[in-house]
Design a protein around this ligand. Structure first.
Ligand SMILES: Cc1ncc(C[n+]2csc(CCOP(=O)(O)OP(=O)(O)O)c2C)c(N)n1
Ligand SMILES: [Mg+2]
Length: 378
């Protein structure tokens, strides 16, 4: 597969819509956009499998919260944002930090996101990384990139997102703020307070619920009495939609509808993306998860791989030939089963840049340990 449009597809012209797709946001995407989305799915997956392998070899510290099999939620929701929009990722959204605004060019120096180098330095606990080795995961953010700092307190960033939206509106901006939350975190009091505030003030906040059916070891039927977490929206009089979280184009459609609604001043909404967590809550939970989750459920969940779903759609649309779709086979494999040959070379090269930077960066000096903790001279 060359990740460029097949000869038959017209360059830079919006895709031909099938009858049922007439008014969907995806109909404005070009064939190149469709292939770019597939490439981004590979990038998110490659980041995850590489980190899983590094962790298993004892080269990374801390806990790893895999986004394996949940990549379509990130790629589909980020793809339609403007550079000036904001996001607030959580523990399972690590690729979002460097994939925001990726559509403006992987090597665009003005891209409003964190760089792959910054994120890798963070994961490898290096000096100069945003967290400076206090933590090697998602407790980072960057105001200039439009990324709200992630915290450990589940749902704790939604009030911050509402505040950012409020401030931006007062400044005359048109930014939309996308917040990511696991379905478990929707039971937090702060989730309700923040969404209520956003609804009252009609703030442009889109809350994505990544429903992977487990909150640590708690299944959804013990988290919420209804099946669809999108129904949370009913309590605030705001729209709540449901996306197939394994289908990147369905996520794109539902999130873009919510983003357009928010940007036009109508207010917040919720998009529930139904997906499946491939591994344990974190890597420390992998062995336990294998016991508390029924084998059939895990197989069913893992078998609907977002890369495979995306490829079949692209083949159906005529943007990818069957032979091209067969070339890089990252789908339906565990991290350990994949090799670099399962990914497009440009994806492998992109992450290598980040990893090489991290490995070359020095470890933090012991003096940095007290930085931002104790006041100088106190
Ligand atoms: C307020 C709060 N309570 C509990 C925790 C501990 N905790 C961290 S992640 C997690 C499960 C989250 O589940 P979910 O929101 O569904 O996200 P997922 O991990 O499935 O992506 C829990 C209980 C926490 N970080 N914050
Ligand atoms: Mg969950």
């Amino acid at each position: 597969m060359t990740l460029t449009p097949t000869a038959s597809s017209a360059k830079s012209k919006a895709a031909d819509a099938a009858p049922g797709e007439q008014r969907l946001p995806r109909t404005l995407l070009t064939p190149e956009d469709h292939l770019e989305i597939l490439k981004q799915l590979y990038l998110a997956r490659y980041f995850d499998v590489r980190l899983i392998k590094e962790k298993k070899r004892g080269r990374l510290r801390g806990t790893l919260y895999s986004s394996h099999n949940q990549e379509a939620v990130l790629v589909g929701s980020l793809f339609g944002l403007k550079s000036t929009d904001w996001i607030s990722p959580i523990h399972r959204d690590m690729p979002a930090f460097f994939m925001k605004d990726l559509r403006s060019g992987w090597d665009n120096p003005d891209r409003r996101a964190m760089s792959i180098e910054e994120v890798c330095a963070q994961v490898w606990c290096k000096s100069g990384s945003p967290g400076r080795a206090r933590d090697n995961w998602s407790h980072i953010g960057k105001k200039s990139a439009g990324i709200i700092h992630s915290t450990s307190m589940l749902a704790g960033t939604i009030p911050v997102a509402a505040g950012v939206a409020y401030a931006d509106r007062l400044d005359g901006g048109d930014a939309v703020i996308l917040t990511y939350n696991g379905e478990g975190s929707t039971a937090q009091g702060v989730f309700h307070e923040a969404i209520n505030f956003a609804a009252v003030h009609k703030l442009p906040v889109v809350t994505i619920i990544e429903n992977n059916h487990w909150a640590y070891g708690t299944p959804t039927h013990l988290e919420y009495p209804l099946q669809d977490f999108a129904r949370r929206a009913d309590g605030y009089g705001i729209p709540g939609s449901i996306a197939d979280g394994q289908d990147v184009f369905d996520v794109y459609d539902k999130v873009m509808e919510a983003v357009d609604y928010a940007r036009s001043g109508k207010g917040p909404s919720i998009v529930e993306c139904k997906t499946f967590r491939a591994y344990g809550h974190g890597d420390h939970d992998d062995d336990r998860a294998a016991k508390y989750r029924p084998v059939e459920e895990v197989e069913r969940g893992r078998n609907r791989d977002p890369i495979a779903v995306c490829k079949s759609y692209l083949v159906e649309k005529g943007y990818l030939t069957n032979a091209e779709a067969e070339k890089y086979k990252a789908e339906n494999k565990s991290a350990g089963e994949t090799t670099d040959e399962d990914f497009p070379p440009e994806v492998v090269a992109y992450l290598k840049r980040g990893v090489d930077f991290a490995l070359k960066s020095p470890d933090p000096s012991p003096e940095e340990g007290g930085m931002w903790v104790f006041r100088e001279g106190a």
